[in-house]
Design a protein around this ligand. Structure first.
Ligand SMILES: NC(=O)c1ccc[n+]([C@@H]2O[C@H](COP(=O)([O-])OP(=O)(O)OC[C@H]3O[C@@H](n4cnc5c(N)ncnc54)[C@H](OP(=O)(O)O)[C@@H]3O)[C@@H](O)[C@H]2O)c1
Length: 303
């Protein structure tokens, strides 16, 4: 496998007790559904190895990304995983029986089955942390009928998985402020909600995470590849700031996030090697107070 480096992009933070680079990588873009819309295996392997060469050691993934494709690529590129690589996955959904989409998998036994599927897919016996991805409310998949499951019942299963050593820490994804408060006694180590410079409606959750020493690893940090979500790189003020500083708009979006909170971990997704390099390089950019103030104003009164 590729050599790791001690230079950590964006500096280091602790995730479930393990040091991770604050700039990580999210694998969803490697294996969008349907699976054939994702990256070619050779490209995916090269990209993941390059991420490690650049100092990335935190990978956010899911067994349902590309019906197992993303995890297979991680395994092919990086196994046997170096001790310092932290694999974070998520449960709460699974590939649909037809293999063309996702369905909720919120029941406690389904959470366990998905943890086991991740362990098998990645070829490891323990995951650094696992996010319980709720499907009621928020973004994306919704739950109906018996897929509306009590949070405490889910947390009990996650705690059992942690006690058994299958997962190193419990995270939450797509949750409300009340759900985060309710879950705190379980020992939450990370939260993964949709959040970016342009989408700051979950600022109160981030503030709670900061007070509790919980890492905040938002999904859609650049506004995602999906239509209908505000794209950070398209905001004129972001483009102006990029021009003024001689960097790219994506770097402005990511640098703002890093500076916004010490608990912030970045997991931008890309299947483009140049974009990966650019994203990792964001760690060297310091935004001045006037630029931050202008960018802060973009979210309006959401926060
Ligand atoms: N918990 C959840 O429910 C959930 C949901 C969604 C995602 N996630 C996780 O969060 C990660 C990040 O979310 P995401 O990938 O959906 O959205 P994102 O990181 O906000 O955006 C990805 C999009 O940005 C583009 N991009 C990335 N770097 C760029 C750069 N330097 N310049 C220009 N464009 C750039 C990518 O295109 P290119 O490929 O062309 O670079 C892609 O279209 C995912 O990979 C996944 O691990 C979690």
């Amino acid at each position: 496998m590729s050599e790791t480096t001690t230079l950590r992009p964006g500096g280091e933070a602790l995730l479930a007790g393990r040091p991770v680079a604050r700039i990580g990588y999210g694998t969803m873009q490697l294996g969008e559904l349907p699976v054939h819309a994702g990256a070619e295996p050779d490209e995916a392997v090269a990209l993941l190895r390059h991420a490690v060469e650049l100092g990335v050691n935190h990978f956010d993934t899911a067994q349902f990304y590309g019906s197992g494709f993303a995890n297979e690529m991680l395994r092919r590129a990086l196994a046997p995983f170096h001790d310092d690589i932290v694999l974070v996955s998520k449960v709460g959904a699974k590939t649909s029986p037809e293999g063309t989409g996702l369905v909720p998998a919120q029941k406690p036994h389904e959470l366990r089955e998905e943890v086991d599927a991740n362990l098998a897919g990645l070829g490891v016996d323990r995951l650094g942390a696992v996010n319980l991805r709720r499907t009621g409310g928020g973004v994306g998949l919704q739950s109906v009928g018996d897929q509306v499951v009590d949070l405490d019942d889910q947390l009990a299963e996650m705690i059992a998985l942690r006690d058994e050593g299958k997962i190193g820490g419990i995270g939450l994804s797509n949750v409300t402020l009340e759900q985060l408060q309710q879950a705190l006694p379980a020992g939450i180590v990370t939260v993964q909600n949709s959040y970016s410079m342009l989408d700051r409606s979950d600022e109160p959750l981030l503030e709670l995470a900061e007070r509790e020493g919980i890492t905040w690893a938002p999904f859609f940090p650049l506004g995602s590849a999906f239509p209908g979500f505000p794209k950070v790189t398209e905001a004129p003020e972001v483009q102006d700031a990029a021009k003024a500083l001689g960097v790219t708009p994506a770097q402005i979006g990511l640098a703002w996030l890093l500076q916004h909170s010490p608990q912030m971990l970045l997991i931008p997704g890309t299947r483009n090697l140049a974009h990966l390099t650019e994203n990792v390089d964001t760690g060297r950019i310091a935004l001045d107070a006037a630029t931050v103030a202008k960018l802060d104003a973009l979210a309006g009164d959401q926060r």
